[in-house]
Write a protein that binds this ligand. Structure first.
Ligand code: ZN
Length: 386
């Protein structure tokens, strides 16, 4: 049975979807003002591996990715380039889709542009206003976190700790940690119509609405980078509970570790961004997958080109093994294939799974045998095009 670490309980838990065999997964997607870097690529590669594995185990996966096209960085870029806002965001969502294709990510079933959901967002905010879980202050609309008894549960913070964050600053907020839903007080050069005034739907409510409109009252896994746990996922979870009236509408929170570059988070301003398309062009997606999967998904990766290249011998072995496939699989290899699948069960230990692939290839290249069909069970899960 697959066990996954749940950032909500801080424990490894048996993974049982709400409506077996269907598994609904929401992944926090890109902000549409730049190309995909290696840190983003790692996130989508991880869930692609998870879905390929789940499918091989008989589950049906449905993956929703929301793409943030309402955001200050997007507005700034459009203004700086005197570009049409919609053309700019559609350009970067097309580039994102291209990057997914280059990475052989085939398991995303739904891609959502947040701007297509603004009417639903206003409907949800009106619902919160009506049942008093949201309020208006200085023209802005805030979600009242005091209406959620266990607010802070994902990021494991007490009320006092939460109160120390000066987030979504504005006059007349009831509580410091209350979440901005609709921003009417700042002028970004862009605004949307709402029945509480023209404004901008703020970040966290965007996920809540996109998830609810696609998946309804509950879904199985919410994924994204570890750094999104607070305030983003904390806020989204509180709002989702308020919207659905359920205590636990999301089964599991699965966070992926960061990819650092020169010891720091990748960012344009630091000039240490590594674009995934450049790596694919130079080394191919197979090597990139092996490199990413050789670290446990919750650990950080400090990107280094030499480390990436150090995976070449294993990839070579995999290619050579394909040339040695035959009409039977020996018992020792069958047992190892089984071990390959079992190794994922302990919190998705892809690094251990790759060690087993290495072992299988070494043995087949000596004198053991494997059929093409069995060989493709391994490469299929790993998403390698061999
Ligand atoms: Zn998100």
């Amino acid at each position: 049975m697959l066990k996954l670490f749940n950032s909500f309980s801080l424990k490894k838990e048996d993974f049982e979807p709400f409506d077996k065999p269907d598994v609904k997964i929401f992944i926090c997607g890109p902000t549409l003002y730049d190309y995909t870097h290696l840190g983003h690529a790692r996130i989508f590669l991880t869930y692609d591996l998870l879905c390929r594995y789940l499918q091989a185990r008989g589950f049906k996966t449905d993956v929703l990715v929301n793409m943030t096209d309402i955001n200050q960085s997007v507005f700034n870029k459009a203004i700086a380039q005197s570009a049409d806002y919609r053309s700019l965001t559609r350009f970067y969502s097309d580039q994102f889709v291209k990057d997914l294709k280059l990475l052989n990510i085939i398991t995303i079933t739904r891609l959502a542009h947040v701007s297509d959901y603004v009417e639903n967002i206003t409907k949800h905010i009106s619902f919160f206003m009506k049942n008093k879980s949201a309020y208006s202050a200085n023209g802005n609309i805030y979600f009242d976190t005091k209406t959620i008894s266990d607010y802070g549960i994902i990021s494991k913070q007490s009320r006092q700790q939460l109160n120390l964050h000066r987030m979504d600053i504005g006059p007349n907020k009831k509580n410091q940690e209350d979440i901005l839903l609709w921003n009417c007080s700042e002028d970004f050069g862009f605004s949307w119509k709402g029945n509480f005034g023209d404004g901008v739907p703020w970040w966290h409510i965007q996920d809540t609405t996109v998830a609810f409109e696609n998946f309804g009252t509950h879904y199985d896994i919410h994924g994204g980078a570890k750094e999104l746990a607070y305030p983003h996922h904390e806020a989204h979870f509180a709002q989702y509970k308020a919207l659905t009236g359920l205590e636990n509408p999301v089964k599991l929170w699965m966070h992926v570790g960061l990819v650092l570059s020169n010891g720091e988070k990748m960012s344009k301003s630091l000039g240490n961004m590594v674009l995934s398309r450049e790596l694919v062009e130079k080394y191919g997606q197979n090597l990139l997958r092996i490199y990413i999967f050789s670290t446990h998904y919750r650990d950080e990766i400090n990107y280094n080109e030499n480390d990436l290249c150090s995976k070449k011998p294993l990839l070579e072995k995999i290619y050579n093994t394909k040339n040695k496939t035959s009409d039977s699989t020996s018992q020792i290899i069958s047992d190892l294939i089984n071990e390959f699948f079992v190794s994922f069960e302990d919190d998705f230990d892809s690094s251990h799974a790759l060690d087993i692939v290495d072992k299988i290839c070494t043995l087949v290249l000596k004198d053991e045998s494997i059929t093409l069909q069995d060989f493709e069970k391994l490469t299929g899960v790993l998403g390698l095009s061999v």
